[in-house]
Design a protein around this ligand. Structure first.
Ligand code: SF4
Ligand code: SF4
Length: 348
């Protein structure tokens, strides 16, 4: 067997990641396949329920380099969506029933066409979600974005690993917690997260180690109580997300010797109800270069939507996408464990 360090080093290649989670050792390869579990409950092949959410990854550049980032994002990543690809996206959205455009990255705000695109989508009357890391909103170049978000009724969904400085900084880097609190306060001052304002502010929680997130409702109440008590901060919802065994988190699992145990935990916790509600069934994911995927995780593994469904945004066709089979592999167990996991939190 290759050394763990050698495997971790080679992790930037998607095919290596898939190989590792499929056949790292006998223990894992003898465990059931995701496909078999879906078959047992009559869900294989996995089919979409319709395209309702258009999730765009507008680039891998980020001002941060969090330990468990599934995008492997950072300041030195150069992959970025061009204006031409944004225009294809606008064209694709026209005349569809897609109600929500969900912008993610990296830090989506860092794409030079970000503001223009938000304005264009806003004119179309679609709901817009921006996945913000919060710290970007405290930098000179981007500190006017909260007002811009308010103007366009953008829903802000932001990651905050925990309500304590130690745990947040440990996962996301020194100084993250304090900057996140400054950004949250500013959003609150503009009405975000406040009752009756219609300005939605949601938090995303993901575990710091090789375990599943706790109960979403309980964590939400805990976060609400502590953020209010410590900083007088309010927010609407909290989404718990399970870390999928890909990219930096896969690296962490390998380096800490937790991969087998974590995969076993995900597989043992397979929940048929969560499988019914996996996000790939109503979402399509567009990569920075216009290629289309069933979800952001498949995008990181370079598993494009199946052939015949139109693999590039230029060829966007809702009917073809609705008829496709969703591409799955062992990482999908991360979406179906326990209460389920999606970009909107637990699915059960
Ligand atoms: S987790 Fe988010 S904030 Fe952190 S490096 Fe990745 S994209 Fe950036
Ligand atoms: S990883 Fe992607 S394709 Fe697999 S179940 Fe989750 S959302 Fe669907």
């Amino acid at each position: 067997m290759k050394s763990l360090h050698a495997e971790a080093h080679a992790l930037s290649k998607p095919e290596v990641q898939l190989d590792i989670i499929n056949s790292h050792n006998v223990a894992i390869s003898s465990l059931p396949k995701f496909e078999e579990k879906l078959n047992d409950i009559g869900l294989y092949p996995l089919k979409p329920t319709g395209v309702e959410i258009f999730q765009m990854n507008v680039g891998y550049m980020c001002n941060m380099t969090c330990k468990h980032c599934h995008v492997d994002a950072g300041p030195d990543r150069e992959e970025i969506m061009t204006k031409e690809t944004f225009e294809y996206c606008l064209e694709a959205l026209k005349g569809t029933d897609i109600h929500t455009v969900d912008l993610t990255g990296g830090a989506p705000e860092m794409n030079p066409h970000f503001r223009w695109f938000v304005e264009e989508v806003s004119k179309m009357g679609k709901h817009i979600i921006v996945r913000s890391n919060l710290t970007i909103l405290t930098t000179n170049k981007f500190n006017d974005l909260p007002e811009f978000f308010k103007k366009h009724g953008v829903e802000v969904t932001c990651s905050l690993p925990f309500y304590s400085k130690f745990r947040t900084d440990n996962q996301r880097g020194e100084g993250t917690y304090d900057k996140s609190i400054i950004a949250l306060k500013k959003l609150n001052d503009l009405g975000y997260g406040q009752k009756g304002s219609g300005l939605l502010l949601n938090l995303v929680y993901n575990p710091v180690g090789a375990f599943l997130p706790g109960d979403q409702e309980q964590l939400k109440q805990q976060f609400k109580k502590e953020l209010k008590r410590k900083h007088d901060i309010e927010f609407n919802d909290l989404y718990t997300i399970t870390n999928l065994p890909i990219s930096r988190f896969l690296n962490f699992l390998l380096m800490s010797g937790n991969l087998e145990e974590y995969m076993e935990k995900l597989i043992e916790s397979f929940n048929p109800a969560a499988a019914m509600g996996v996000m790939c069934r109503n979402t399509i994911s567009i990569g920075w270069d216009g290629r289309m995927y069933d979800c952001d995780f498949n995008q990181m593994l370079e598993m494009e939507v199946e052939e015949g469904a139109g693999q590039h945004i230029r060829d966007f066709d809702v009917e073809k996408l609705n008829n496709r089979s969703i591409r799955i592999d062992q990482h999908c167990f991360g979406c179906t464990a326990g209460a389920g996991s999606s970009c909107g939190g637990a699915t059960v």
